[in-house]
Ligand binder design. Structure first.
Ligand code: PLP
Length: 390
């Protein structure tokens, strides 16, 4: 036996050497009592900041009532959450699961079922886009248009094909490929914070309509107000057939979902898809409190004031600093293209300035403030950025 110690947790993450133990609003504290401005938001998840009161209160109440009962029984807050999501989107029915990858799994399954049942296809194809990211399960990594995510996990799942992103001419190929569905991110997040071009998206929608192809948007990172509207598709004036969600939906409680239009949703029937935990009483309560707050309070309106403010300040910074080459993104999903390795800036920001943000690829610093951040916090952030890129 070797006397080398083996870490009990598998080595799947490159972790930063700090331990976070508390959070409130835009701030987190580590186990040494050090306070950080958190502009990573648990990777675009804590959109209402850490431990938002409205969600905390609702969850506290639910905690003493019922946590879990399975989907063999009615779950009132799950039904209410579905109601709020459909009232505020172009979709009609919701399926709940536990994560982003599972939401995309549900989207992939519903599209295949639609292909078999409605279009009478034997082998339905789903087209996704190069440089996309849709998850780490076998189906979602097969859907992902990045070989580095797929490496070591072949054979991939069949039934996926990939087109270049933001390429109008390539869309013509959809007419020959005749997929049952396309799945895309409207801002490629993990792929480097790259927004889809509006005209390209409109053209995609019109080809989908003309060719009877389902338009499915992966709003796992862009949804729940992250880009300034509840869903990012609302910026583009399109109506997707399926929307996948997770991250910000539960403010940190693990809940994912797909919202689908009725003609698609109806291909699922009892026994075709399911989940033990999906939308259980506890996570649905967190989701309901989150989405009600996003849709009924002024939080999105206030976030849009911040969007304008932070973009103005960052654009000035890009103009002033040679080490920042460009800014891109939408709302509070912001990418800064830097000279050199993005991770070096992330490490320096954390160690020297107690500021947390993350990377997207090697050259993009990804800034994800909570929607609730204040102008004073943005000023503090910009002060740090001025020192970081001196
Ligand atoms: N899709 C997108 C666009 C994502 O950004 C992510 C996660 O980063 C996923 C899917 C996968 O979500 P999860 O990590 O919850 O499985």
């Amino acid at each position: 036996m070797s006397n080398q110690t083996i870490e009990p947790v598998m080595n799947t993450y490159g972790r930063f050497p700090i331990t976070l133990v508390e959070g409130k609003g835009s701030y987190v504290w580590d186990d040494q009592g050090k306070k950080y401005l958190d502009y990573s938001s648990g990777i675009a998840t804590c959109n209402l900041g850490h431990v938002p009161e409205v969600v905390e209160k609702a969850v506290q109440e639910q905690l003493s009532k019922l946590w879990h009962c399975s989907n063999l029984y009615h779950i009132p807050n799950q039904e209410k959450l579905a109601q709020v999501l459909t009232e505020n989107s172009c979709g009609d029915q919701v399926f709940f699961c536990n994560s982003g990858a599972e939401a995309n799994e549900a989207a992939i399954k519903i599209a295949k079922k639609y292909g078999h049942d409605v279009l009478e296809q034997d082998s339905p194809l789903i087209v996704t886009f190069k440089n996309s990211f849709h998850g780490r399960t076998m189906a979602t990594l097969s859907a992902t248009g990045q070989q580095k995510i797929q490496k070591g996990f072949t054979p991939l799942m069949p039934g996926f094909d990939y087109l270049p992103f933001n390429d109008k001419k390539a869309l013509e190929q959809l007419k020959e490929k005749k997929p049952v569905a396309v799945l895309l991110e409207l801002v490629q997040g993990e792929g480097g914070v790259i927004p889809a071009d509006s005209e390209w998206v409109k053209q995609l929608e019109s080809i989908c309509k003309e060719q009877n192809i389902l338009l499915m948007v992966d709003e796992i990172q862009t949804g729940m107000g992250r880009t300034g509207t509840l869903f990012c598709y609302q910026h583009y004036g399109i109506e997707p057939d399926v929307i996948s969600l997770a991250k910000g939906l539960g403010s940190g409680f693990p809940i994912g979902a797909i919202i689908a239009k009725e003609h698609v949703a109806k291909v699922f029937s009892p026994g075709t898809h399911g989940s033990t935990f999906g939308g259980n009483p506890l996570v649905s309560t967190a989701g309901l409190a989150t989405v009600k707050h996003l849709t009924e309070s002024t939080v999105l309106e206030e976030a849009n004031t911040i969007v304008e403010y932070i973009w103005g300040k960052l654009q000035q910074l890009v103009a002033d600093k040679d080490q920042i080459k460009a800014i891109r993104g939408k709302g509070l999903l912001i990418g800064l293209e830097v000279d050199g390795n993005a991770i070096d800036y992330v490490n320096k920001a954390r160690m020297d300035h107690q500021l947390l943000f993350i990377v997207a690829g090697t050259q993009i610093v990804r800034v994800l403030p909570p929607l609730t951040t204040t102008k004073a916090e943005v000023d503090h952030f910009i002060d740090i950025m001025n020192k970081l890129f001196n």
